[in-house]
Design a protein around this ligand. Structure first.
Ligand SMILES: Cc1cc2nc3c(=O)[nH]c(=O)nc-3n(C[C@H](O)[C@H](O)[C@H](O)COP(=O)(O)OP(=O)(O)OC[C@H]3O[C@@H](n4cnc5c(N)ncnc54)[C@H](O)[C@@H]3O)c2cc1C
Length: 391
C-alpha cells in the first residue's frame, strides 16, 4: 500500500478498470484486506458513468434468492455507511411498492414475494384500497394489486461515490481519472496489466469494472463477452412538499419514481433505445412525453409540475439479468465485475466483497454457475433469468 501523495509504484497488485461505485468499492475492500498496491483507472471524471446518473433505488425484492441475500447484506452496509465512511448518503428506508396491472403481473410479483419472504424479509401484498395511504393521490384505475417491502429505500449516489473515493485515497490507493485503458496485457494465458493512452501499467490482477463499457474492455482482451449496453433516461421535477415515502414501480411499462429529501420527483420508465454507449447520453422529447403521460396518469396531482433536469445513462445488461462476477475462464487473473443492469449501485457494497475475495483467494458464497463468467460459454446451457428487472 502506498501513502497518499507518495510516488506511484511501477507495478501494482491489482489494476481496476473503471472508477464508478463498483471499481471504487472493490479497491476499498482490497486495500482494507492489505492487498495493495491498487490502481483505479478511469477515462472520465468521478461519477461520469452510471454511478452518477442513477435513481438511487435500493431494493431487496428479487426473484433470485442469491440476489435477495446480496441486496439484504448491501442494505445493512448502506445503513452503516455514514459511520464507516463519514459521509451522509441520505439513505431513507421508505419502502418499494410494486404495482401490477393484471393477474399475470400479480403472479410475477407473488413469485418475487415468496423468494423475498423465504429469506425472512417481510414483503407484503397490499390491497388496492390501501394504496392511497402509501401513495396519496394515486389513481387506482386498472390496478390489480401491489407488493411492498418497508426496508427497501433510496439514497443519494453522489456522497456514496465521494465517500468511497476519499476512503480509497486515504488508504493509499492510486486513483487515475482521465486515463483511458486501450488494451489488456496478456502473457501465458493470464492478464499481466493494462495499456493506457499514456503507456503500460503492470499488475498481477486486472478487474473489469467498466460498467457499460466492460464489453469493450473484454473484447480488447480478446474475449467474446455477452454484455450489451442499453440507454435509459431519467428526470427530476421541481420540488414539492414531501408527500411520497416509497419508491413506486409499475411492472407494465417500467415506470418508477420516488420523492427525494429535497422534494423532487425523480424517475424514469423503460423506453426502447438504440445505439451503443459511445453515442453520448442525450435526453429525448419522446421520453419526456411518455414519462409525463405515465406519471400524471398514475398521479394526477403532478400535472403542471415543471421538469428541472433530464439525463440518461447506460445499463450494462447480461442475457440472464444477473451480474458477472469472477475470474474469466479464458484469461487468468482477469476478473469480471460487471453486467449489473439497472441495479449495480445498490449491490456494490456486497458484490465488491465477492470480487475482492477472488483476488484474495477466499471462497465466495456465490454459485459460479449462477454468477460466474463461464455460464455463458456453453450455448446449450439453459439460463435462469432474473425476472424482477424493473426499478
Ligand atoms: C438511468 C439509470 C437509473 C439507474 N437506477 C438505479 C437504481 O435506482 N439503483 C441501482 O442500484 N442502480 C441503478 N442504475 C444502475 C447503476 O447506476 C449501475 O449499475 C452502477 O452505477 C454501475 O456502476 P459501475 O461502477 O459498474 O459503472 P460506472 O459507474 O458506469 O463506471 C464505469 C466507469 O468505467 C469507465 N470506463 C469506461 N471505459 C473505460 C476505459 N476504456 N478506460 C478507463 N475507464 C473506462 C467510465 O468512465 C466509468 O466511470 C441505474 C442506471 C441508470 C443509467
Amino acid at each position: 500500500m502506498s501513502a497518499p501523495g507518495a510516488p506511484s509504484p511501477s507495478r501494482f497488485r491489482v489494476a481496476i478498470v473503471g472508477g464508478g461505485i463498483v471499481g471504487l468499492f472493490t479497491a476499498y475492500r482490497l486495500l482494507a484486506a492489505g492487498a495493495g498496491p491498487v490502481v483505479v483507472l478511469d477515462r472520465g471524471y468521478l461519477a461520469s458513468g452510471a454511478s452518477g446518473r442513477n435513481g438511487g433505488g435500493v431494493r431487496q425484492q428479487w426473484e433470485t434468492v442469491a440476489t435477495v441475500r446480496l441486496a439484504r447484506e448491501a442494505v445493512r452496509e448502506w445503513q452503516g455507511f455514514p459511520r464507516e465512511f463519514g459521509y451522509n448518503i441520505w439513505f431513507r428506508q421508505g419502502g418499494y411498492l410494486f404495482l401490477a396491472m393484471d393477474d399475470d403481473e400479480m403472479e410475477r410479483l407473488e413469485t418475487v414475494r415468496s423468494a423475498v419472504r423465504s429469506e425472512g424479509l417481510d414483503a407484503r401484498r397490499l390491497a388496492v384500497g390501501d394504496l392511497p395511504r402509501r401513495v396519496p393521490g394515486i389513481c387506482l384505475d386498472g390496478i390489480a394489486g401491489a407488493t411492498y417491502l418497508a426496508s427497501d429505500g433510496t439514497l443519494y449516489p453522489f456522497p456514496a461515490v465521494w465517500g468511497v473515493y476519499e476512503a480509497v485515497r486515504r488508504m493509499g490507493g492510486v486513483l487515475r481519472y482521465g486515463e483511458e485503458v486501450i488494451g489488456i496485457r496478456r502473457a501465458e494465458g493470464r492478464a499481466v496489466g493494462v495499456v493506457t493512452r499514456s503507456g503500460p501499467v503492470a499488475a498481477d490482477w486486472v478487474v473489469n469494472a467498466a460498467g457499460a463499457w466492460s464489453g469493450a474492455i473484454s473484447r480488447s482482451a480478446g474475449l467474446a463477452p455477452p454484455n450489451r449496453a442499453s440507454r435509459h433516461e431519467i428526470l427530476a421535477t421541481e420540488p414539492l412538499k414531501p408527500f411520497l415515502t416509497p419508491m413506486v414501480v409499475r411492472l407494465t411499462d417500467g415506470l418508477y419514481f420516488s420523492q427525494t429529501m429535497r422534494g423532487e420527483i425523480v424517475g424514469g420508465l423503460t423506453l426502447r433505445t438504440t445505439g451503443g454507449p459511445e453515442g453520448g447520453s442525450p435526453s429525448s422529447a419522446e421520453f419526456l412525453r411518455r414519462m409525463a403521460v405515465a406519471l400524471t396518469g398514475l398521479l394526477p396531482r403532478l400535472g403542471g409540475l415543471g421538469v428541472l433536469r433530464a439525463w440518461s445513462g447506460y445499463y450494462d445488461d447480461t442475457p440472464d439479468g444477473l451480474p458477472i462476477l469472477g475470474e474469466d475462464p479464458e484469461l487468468g487473473r482477469f476478473v469480471q465485475a460487471n453486467g449489473f443492469g439497472g441495479h449495480g449501485f445498490m449491490l456494490a457494497p456486497a458484490s465488491s466483497r465477492r470480487i475482492a475475495s477472488v483476488i484474495l483467494g477466499e471462497r465466495s458464497d456465490l454459485d459460479p454457475e449462477q454468477f460466474g463468467p463461464a455460464r455463458f460459454r456453453n450455448p446449450g446451457r439453459a439460463l435462469r433469468p432474473e425476472g424482477a428487472q424493473l426499478g
